[in-house]
Ligand binder design. Structure first.
Ligand code: GCB
Length: 689
């Protein structure tokens, strides 16, 4: 469709232009069968994933706050659908309604066993929409994430549905609203995981002392929190508006930035006198000064060149990390009859960091510089609110990440909030962006189809973030199994076709060697593995880490010829528990185990294909109840309330020492406390090696 003229485009109610920039490959991928089962094709590309932002042409309201919740009988999760609870206010059911905050997981809010509820719950709230919103605009309702499956009604009419948690979805609800009056949103949320959901789980029935009840089981190691986890936005757009944007950036060695952009328009108007004339594309630096601009009259894609561009650099790799420009798109129309000049129809501003990302068989490079990633696997998890978005927690976590000197994390094991991705851009924290396929085991076409969709939605949502440096297609799949080979060939083929200039990786726990060799590693660009030496293997033996780890990393590289990263290592640690000699679960043991890993990493770093070390985990987090977990997984460097364990100080020392060695970052003043002049001053302290 390249080169179409405006009037032509105007005839289309949804306009998609394939540009000359990066090809996201979706068109091709859709035509190819991607699995031996012929009927299986790539997912239909998702829509509506542009984050709602205010502008002179758009209004945004957030519908967070106290909603009402009705809990369905676990034995009859579809009762509400049969009885059409959405047709009227939930209190008409005569069933108990309780207050429920949004955003939050519902599990830990009450004092009864809502925590372990299996099946559906119903949310509801009312809101007013002013009469002004009726004219010449569209009103959208957007959910940042409802886990796992959601059906939404407005004033009793079905508005949208979505499955796969941790991802946004939206619908134009203009035709369902009472403008100038009260409106009701009803949401049915279902938390059940099956063999076809991403991630997988099983629901079975058990006999309790008071009768039969369904229970949910899963093999992954974090609690299956559910509910409306992220903000609910109500926002307006003009009738015809910018519905999507894709950018890719590059930086040349002489500091010329290049931004290839593409925009999509959506909508139509009955007013045939309105004609779009042009899109004004302006790049503003962080002081508002225009650094590049283009008036685009005929096509919806183009390239901006930015001489003397300020690059996006990660934290501690540059004095001004996380530099962002604002890329403004302004869509103008003119009246055919009038000669009042062009009129602004829609405006959208996208924060953009300019950087080049590339990789080889030994390294991952940003702006031409090889990266050494030092960071964490994390969870979106905290006391009471579970997986609910919490700005206080977000800010605290980033303060801790920076305090400890990390430069990266993996969004283990699902997409994190859009707000956290924006924060990562701003702070220069690099993200390995993982989809929600954790511990997948039964490699069937229906799962593959949902898994591809999970990746499509994740990549679509996050493709414009400078912070995203890789896509992780799965965590610890049973990738040594027979069915895994054709499954991952199809999945990786598809994902590569939409990868938007990022390498593909995964967190693997299968073996680099036969007989249980991983079928996925050979397909990836970066091999990531998880290994718990001296914890799950050889518990208590901190003298069995260095050789085992270095030899295994070596085999991953030798066998697959890719850069290698350790995505998980660690030890459960009870805060306050101490033991000399060191003993597992004590803070001292965690320190000893980390220290031996550091030795292994330093050996590996000498071989230039080892590109990073990620601790498991940033903070303690909740899991399902088992006898191996005391209140949850305790492998955090920080407690669940985000206070440092002893190891945090040691890790901080290491991460800053790496920053100092690799990027000449001065060590923070108070990295270590004063001991004596011979240790801290110019004395001649003798050290053991
Ligand atoms: C893993 C998993 C992670 C677990 C961790 C553990 O390999 O990827 O989800 O929490 O081990 O602590 O067992």
């Amino acid at each position: 469709m390249r080169g179409l003229t405006w009037p032509w485009m105007w005839l289309l109610s949804v306009v998609v232009v394939a540009g000359h920039g990066e090809n996201n490959g979706q068109d091709e991928a859709q035509q190819q069968p991607v699995f031996p089962h012929k009927h299986l094709t790539a997912p239909v590309p998702s829509t509506g994933l542009l984050y709602p932002r205010e502008s002179e042409t758009r209004e945004v309201r957030i519908l967070d706050g106290m909603w009402r919740l009705l809990i369905s009988q676990p034995s009859d999760p579809l009762q509400g659908l049969r009885e059409k609870w959405y047709e009227e206010s939930l209190h008409k059911t005569g069933l108990e309604i309780i207050p429920m905050p949004v955003p939050a997981s519902y599990n830990d809010i009450t004092t009864d066993n809502l925590r372990d509820h299996v099946g559906t719950v119903w949310y509801e709230r009312t809101f007013f929409v002013s009469r002004d919103w009726e004219e010449n605009r569209r009103t959208w309702l957007r959910f940042g994430s409802v886990h796992y499956e959601a059906v939404v009604w407005i004033n009793g009419q079905n508005a949208m549905s979505h499955s796969i948690g941790h991802l946004p979805f939206e619908a134009d609800i203009s035709n369902l609203l009472n403008f100038g009056g009260e409106n009701r949103i009803t949401v049915m949320c279902d938390n059940r995981l099956t063999n076809h959901t991403v991630p997988q789980g099983q629901v079975s029935t058990v006999k309790t002392d008071s009768g039969e009840t369904p229970i949910q089981s899963y093999t992954f190691d974090f609690f299956n929190y559910a509910g409306i986890h992220r903000s609910v936005h109500l926002y307006t757009t003009p009738l015809v508006h910018i519905s999507d944007i894709a950018i890719s950036t590059q930086l040349s060695s002489d500091q010329v930035g290049r931004i290839d952009y593409r925009i999509w328009l959506d909508g139509s108007t009955e007013d045939s006198t309105m004609q779009p004339t042009h899109v004004l594309v302006q790049l503003r630096d962080n002081e508002g000064v225009v650094a590049a601009q283009q008036v685009n009259r005929a096509v919806y894609n183009g390239t901006l060149l930015v001489p003397g561009a300020k690059p996006w650099w990660p934290y501690l790799m540059h004095p001004e990390p996380g530099y962002l420009y604002s890329l403004e798109f302004e869509l103008f129309v003119s009246s055919v009859e009038g000669d009042d000049g062009d009129e602004l129809l829609d405006a959208y501003r996208l924060p953009v960091g300019i950087r080049t990302l590339s990789w080889t068989s030994t390294s991952l490079l940003l702006n031409g510089k090889p990266l050494y990633l030092r960071g964490f696997g994390r969870h979106e998890d905290s006391d009471i609110r579970g997986k609910g978005l919490d700005y206080a927690l977000l800010a605290r976590d980033f303060n801790l990440i920076k305090w400890v000197g990390a430069n990266a994390y993996r969004t283990s094991h699902y997409p994190y909030s859009e707000e956290s991705m924006q924060f990562a851009d701003e702070h220069g924290i690099m993200i390995v962006d993982e989809c929600s396929a954790v511990n997948i085991d039964i490699f069937e076409p229906e799962l593959l189809s949902n898994h591809m969709s999970a990746l499509e939605q994740l990549i679509h949502r996050d493709r414009n973030h400078a912070s995203v440096i890789a896509w992780s297609v799965a965590n610890e799949p049973r990738s040594f199994k027979m069915g895994a080979l054709s499954y991952f060939q199809a999945l990786v083929n598809y994902t590569r076709s939409i990868a938007q200039g990022r390498p593909l990786t995964a967190a693997i726990n299968a073996s680099p060697d036969p007989p249980k060799q991983c079928h996925l590693a050979a397909l990836l660009d970066i091999v990531g593995f998880n290994r718990y030496n001296a914890w799950y293997q050889n518990s208590g033996r901190t003298d069995m880490i260095v050789n085992l780890l270095t030899e295994e990393a070596q085999r991953w590289h030798q066998n697959f010829g890719k850069p290698v990263i350790l995505f998980e290592y660690g030890a459960d640690t009870m805060e306050g528990l101490h033991s000399l000699p060191v003993y597992i679960w004590s803070e001292d043991y965690q320190v000893a185990l980390f220290s031996q890993h550091f030795k292994a990493f330093d050996k590996l770093r000498k071989q230039n294909w080892f590109i990073g070390e990620f601790v498991w985990n940033f903070a303690d987090f909740k899991t399902a109840q088992t006898y191996t977990r005391v209140g949850g997984n305790k492998k955090g460097v920080f407690t669940r309330s985000r206070q440092p364990k002893e190891v945090a100080h040691i890790l901080r020392w290491r991460y800053f020492a790496l920053a100092n060695e690799l990027d000449w970052v001065p060590l923070p003043k108070h990295l270590s406390v004063y001991i004596s002049s011979s240790v801290n001053g110019n004395g001649h302290a003798r050290t053991e090696l």
